[in-house]
Design a protein around this ligand. Structure first.
Ligand SMILES: NC(=O)C1=CN([C@@H]2O[C@H](COP(=O)(O)OP(=O)(O)OC[C@H]3O[C@@H](n4cnc5c(N)ncnc54)[C@H](O)[C@@H]3O)[C@@H](O)[C@H]2O)[C@H](O)CC1
Ligand SMILES: [K+]
Length: 488
């Protein structure tokens, strides 16, 4: 199976299952492969121990019956508890249960006694509402007793489309999923509840998956590495663009400098800061490779940006909020270059959002955190859905920052960042991210890929840094992240 990063929401996964069966892969064969994948993952990690398999009313439960049979064949002491009477099971689940010829218990907390491991096959892609009744009780008891759980496809109660918990969900040590990851495996809290996530090939052809591809991806270098220019012996700095940051006042130059430095670190050929004459000496005293350009007001900035050599623009870090910023943002957008709008450049439009949203283009990238997002867009719904809706509404790329950062494009594509070291939560980290996007845009990386690449580089630069990471160091770690991008 290609590691193509394709993410399939549960409803799409169900359609893929049906298409695979129509393409000659029988349901029981798929279920047997799914159960075998779970069994292999368990037996590769653990020696035999008393295991309880919790089977639900559908095909997730069907996978559980296969796991029970295969673990028993591997010599494990296995018990099975079923949420529903076996005679109510249908289709492949009924087929899988019929092979079990030992006692079957009801699902409930009492059944957990004596189990050293629990296989959670209650619900998967078909979860339709919050857990209740015996399912909720046993899940709560699992969490209270901190029993090791192996989840089939997804921890029961986690919504595979959003990562949200519906009622309750076990904290699994291991989750074995099939065919492709679902958004809920990467979005919080689902990602944390999955524990180690193993993706198993159960024989669904890639072409069946491709036919159902809706443009959702787990973020990774394979999506955009080819678009990030590489320096060679005959490279010249002018080939790597000229990035410009609209600098804040002399009292708050740090954010602007962090962004400018990050743009250089990620490979922009030239980087300039446009700032007021009062702030210019402050910037000039603290910069070496970054140039400073005086621009006293919006009109002067407009004249400066008429120079076509500026290939990408950033406004926001440290710029301050208010009408003057709105005027500067309008001037920057009027220049018609790929543009990053971050922090104060977004907050300044909280009371007049349409003035901003009506002026954006697909080569613009907005980088709100949740608070900034809520001031501009409808904040109801899950993060993936919200980011996609905001991108469609604004006709711009929306990068919704978080531990599970989502990048969404107006054409419906989206990436979810699979990891984010907690050390990224440091002052100035967002300024560095904005600078990384700017530096990639300056090198003519398209906006959606530039934003996704910047998120991955930002997280990779923080990997292994440990506590005490500061934004300046983060920027210095970008070259190593670029090298990792080329090698993975
Ligand atoms: N990905 C693949 O190629 C394969 C996946 N398999 C497994 O099939 C399940 C999906 O099975 P499905 O029957 O569609 O749904 P579930 O088993 O998750 O749910 C069963 C059933 O339960 C009802 N229900 C939903 N929510 C609740 C609730 N909160 N309380 C009570 N009942 C609820 C609803 O009617 C559901 O239909 C997938 O996860 C994989 O594990 C195949 O086995 C192999 C191929
Ligand atoms: K499950």
């Amino acid at each position: 199976m290609r590691s193509d990063g394709i993410l399939l929401p549960p409803a799409t996964m169900a359609a893929v299952d049906r298409a695979a069966i129509a393409a000659g892969r029988p349901g029981p064969w798929l279920m047997e492969n799914a159960g075998r994948a779970v069994t292999r993952a368990v037996t590769a990690r653990l020696p035999p121990r008393p295991v309880l398999v919790l089977c639900g009313p559908g095909n997730n439960g069907g996978d559980g019956w296969v796991v029970a049979r295969q673990l028993r064949r591997a010599g494990w002491p296995v018990r099975v508890a079923s949420l529903v009477p076996c005679q109510s099971l249908k289709g492949d689940a009924a087929w899988a249960a019929a092979a079990w010829d030992e006692p079957i218990e009801p699902v409930g907390p009492a059944g957990l006694d004596g189990a050293d491991l629990v296989v959670d096959a209650l619900f998967g892609a078909g979860l339709a509402r919050p857990l209740d009744g015996a399912a909720a009780e046993v899940v709560r008891a699992l969490n209270e007793r901190r029993l090791p759980v192996v989840a089939v496809d997804v921890p029961s109660g986690v919504d595979g489309a959003t990562g949200a918990v519906l009622g309750a969900a076990p904290a699994a040590r291991l989750t074995v999923t099939f065919c492709r990851l679902k958004p809920g495996h990467l979005l919080l809290p689902g990602r944390l509840l999955c524990g180690e996530t193993v993706l198993a090939d159960i024989g669904i052809p890639d072409e069946v998956v491709a036919a159902h591809d809706s443009g959702l991806r787990a973020n990774g270098p394979g999506l955009w590495r080819h678009l990030v220019p590489e320096r060679t012996a005959e490279s010249h700095k002018y080939r790597f663009g000229h990035a410009l940051v609209v600098g804040g006042p002399k009292e708050t130059t740090g954010a602007t400098r962090l962004a400018a430095r990050a743009a250089l670190r990620v490979g922009a050929g030239l980087v300039s800061i446009a700032c007021t004459p009062e702030a210019l000496p402050v910037y000039a005293a603290q910069l070496t490779a970054v140039m400073t350009k005086p621009a006293a007001d919006a009109a002067a900035l407009g004249r400066l940006l008429a120079d076509p050599r500026f290939s990408a623009l950033l406004i926001g870090p440290g710029i301050g909020t208010g009408p003057a910023t709105r005027e500067l943002v309008a001037t920057v957008l009027a220049a018609g270059r790929p543009t990053v709008l971050d922090a104060d450049a977004l907050t300044s439009f909280a009371d007049c959002r349409q003035d901003l949203l009506g002026a954006l283009r697909p080569d613009c990238v907005l980088t709100p955190h949740d608070g900034e997002f809520a001031r501009l867009f409808d904040a109801t719904g899950d993060r993936l859905g919200r980011a996609l809706a905001a991108s469609r509404a604004s006709n711009a790329v929306v990068l919704l920052k978080g531990s599970d950062t989502v990048v969404a494009a107006p054409d419906g594509r989206a990436t979810i960042q699979p990891s984010a070291p907690p050390d990224l939560a440091t002052a100035g980290s967002g300024d560095v991210l904005a600078g990384l996007i700017l530096g990639l845009l300056a090198q003519r990386v398209p906006a959606f890929e530039a934003a996704s690449a910047a998120v991955w580089l930002h997280a990779t630069a923080a990997e292994g840094s440990g506590p005490g990471l500061i934004a300046e160091d983060l920027s210095e770690r970008v070259p190593a992240a670029l090298a990792a991008m080329r090698s993975r």
